[in-house]
Design a protein around this ligand. Sequence first.
Ligand SMILES: [Zn+2]
Length: 406
Amino acid sequence: MSGNNQEKIARTWIPCPICGSEDSQPIYETVQYAGQTLGRMTTRLVLCGECDFVYNNPRPGDNTLAQYYESDLNASGQIYREASSGGATDKVHQAQLDFMVGRNDAPGSLLDVGCGRGLFLGRAARRFPGAEVAGLDPSNAAAEIARGNGLAVHHGSLENMADGLGTFDMVCAFSVLEHVGDPLGFLKLLKPLVAPGGHLFLEVPESTHPTPGLVEFFNFEHLGHFTASTLREILVRAGFVLTAIAEDMRPGGRLVVSAVVEGSTEMEPPPRIDPAHEKQRFLTSLDHYKQEMKTLADDFRARLLKYISRWVEADARIGVYGAGIHTEYLLGVLEELAPVVYCLLDTDPRKQGRPFHQWKVYGPDDIVDLNLDAILISSQRFEDEIHEALRPHWEAGLTVIRCYGE
Ligand SMILES: [Zn+2]
């Protein structure tokens, strides 16, 4: 056991989820705020001595995580997203679809496993008008929203549902594999769903491009951290052959790949991947990341303190946009911020009207009435989207400050 009495929840030790080896070495440890359900939690990454897979060990049990995803408003599946066109998510989905079209431009059927509210599925249905598209998601709330938008989405887990789903020319699982406790078992369940000659498409964060930020890149929700090499290895063990990598998405930190069932026909030569090189790339990038994370909090403080001193002087009314984990961290590294904050803002209607610490949370529609002097956007992933959504306000002269961008 970890022996750390500060941890709110018990964690269990596991052998390597890909190869089963118990030989591993710790390479990174971080303490992160894991939402209200889990509290502060240590996440420890280990490198498998056998297959080079990097995974969290020890980790919270499957039931603890299932409960977290079900109930915590900060859990990734719960994060409220608007289906805004032109947003970051839209661009990612279009790039994924472009890559898929390169493998098959007229699929007869497509299944999106872990489809959430169906944002990708809706775009896929428009891109492949003749195809039968279906989704599967363990969240009933998400599945209902998707169905409300006219999409055929099943509610349930892959474990319980795989048998009755049939086969598909395209099976997608985007931003899913890194969350799954047993990714090899998960891929084995996907295999019979891929029709003869069909393709499997996966997307995971690429561990060799960790993005420094106030919120840890090696998030506790991500139980496994893949490189091209370990992703290929797990695919092989599940009976697939990796056939292509979407190279233009890698600089953004996303590893998108296609695979076919072993033994099926595939004309493309498979991408060249050197396991030793991938492992070294990962370890080098991790070293850089550790250094950058050390200086990041200091840079944040220096940049934002300039604004805060001005706001204090002017006795300004400040709204912070984002009532979630990023703001928890921001308040943690910048204690000078709390006294100048008048209220919080959030796009998620479930958070609006509720307290977050000592502040009330408002929605974007309240901004005009709130008479704010400035808004500080507290988000990394959605910073551009929120900034764009606030366009009418900054065009009208309201000061809008980003944490990361200029
Ligand atoms: Zn291993």
